[in-house]
Ligand binder design. Structure first.
Ligand SMILES: CSC[C@H]1O[C@H](OP(=O)(O)O)[C@H](O)[C@@H]1O
Ligand SMILES: Nc1ncnc2[nH]cnc12
Length: 272
């Protein structure tokens, strides 16, 4: 397996539950990082002339539960390969009957309900406080929304993704409380992934596939892992091409604020 730290890709895709492979005709690399290895070797390939790096966040065999995913290693490795824009497909529960199973959503806000996860690269040597009011890349979101609409999969524009610690699903009361806050989606991996991307001045765009109505929204037994995988598998054949189409349409020039996230900061460690 090749070892490389040379720029090799410009766009990164971090696949979630049920999204373990992406590109054809790949080269695999396993960059070393100060945070250990990424979840699995990173696959590098091309889509319409854009160089793309793919890593499945749980590992190809889904061996990392949400709280054990090497988030820092994944983001660091992608940036070291040259990646500057990240697309992040994931399976989420819906907190509103308005977003049924199979809905594609591109949230614009995030609430962190995790605890104990390493969520910064800058934890010694200097205090770095980044702006995170708008956690996602506006250009990436615009592109994803337009592309999905054109592909005949009209997406939900906006909403709030609450990220729970997991690995268990929510109780009905927790779920109803999240919904009562006005939050619309629930997942387990959107944090710290998004903030770590921001800390590396990367664009980060979530692509959330609703696999279930969360426990407080629907009567019945509650969410199961089997249900999430089943529904995701039913949608992967339209999600993969959609991600490819988004990649084709992502602007090459980053005129969004994301590249300037670290402007004026005296970082305690150099960026890869
Ligand atoms: C497989 S059930 C719960 C699992 O699914 C979601 O994964 P991902 O965000 O990586 O698509 C959720 O966050 C949990 O990790
Ligand atoms: N209901 C749910 N809660 C948390 N994470 C999920 N991923 C998919 N469905 C979920």
């Amino acid at each position: 397996m090749a070892q490389t730290t040379q720029p090799a890709a410009e766009i990164g895709v971090i696949g979630g539950s049920g999204f373990y492979s992406f590109l054809d005709d790949i080269e695999e690399v396993l960059p070393d990082t100060p945070y250990g290895p990424p979840s699995d070797p990173i696959a590098i390939g091309g889509i319409a002339g854009r160089r793309v790096a793919f890593v499945p966040r749980h590992g190809r065999d889904h061996r990392y539960p949400p709280h054990k995913i090497p988030y820092r290693a994944n983001l660091w490795a992608l940036r070291a390969l040259g990646v500057r824009q990240v697309l992040a497909p994931s399976a989420v529960g819906s907190l509103t009957p308005d977003h049924g199973i199979g809905t594609l959503a591109v949230p614009d806000q995030l609430v962190d309900r995790t605890h104990g996860r390493a969520q910064t690269f800058y934890d010694e040597g200097a205090a770095i406080h980044l702006s995170f009011a708008d956690p996602y890349c506006p250009a990436g979101r615009r592109t994803a929304l337009a592309t999905a609409g054109e592909a005949g999969w009209p997406p939900v524009d906006g909403g709030t993704l609450v990220v729970i610690e997991g690995p268990r699903f929510s109780t009905r009361a927790e779920s109803q409380w999240y919904a009562a806050q006005g939050w619309t989606l629930v997942g387990m991996t959107g944090h710290p992934e998004a903030v770590l991307a921001r800390e590396l001045a990367l664009c980060y765009t979530p692509l959330c596939l609703v696999t279930d109505l969360d426990a407080g929204i629907e009567e019945g037994e509650g969410v199961t892992m089997e249900e999430v995988f089943r529904v995701f598998a039913q949608n992967i054949d339209r999600l993969r091409p959609l991600v490819a189409d988004v990649i084709k349409s992502l602007p090459e020039d980053r005129t969004c604020p994301c590249p300037h996230s670290l402007d004026g900061m005296k970082l305690p460690i150099p960026l890869p």
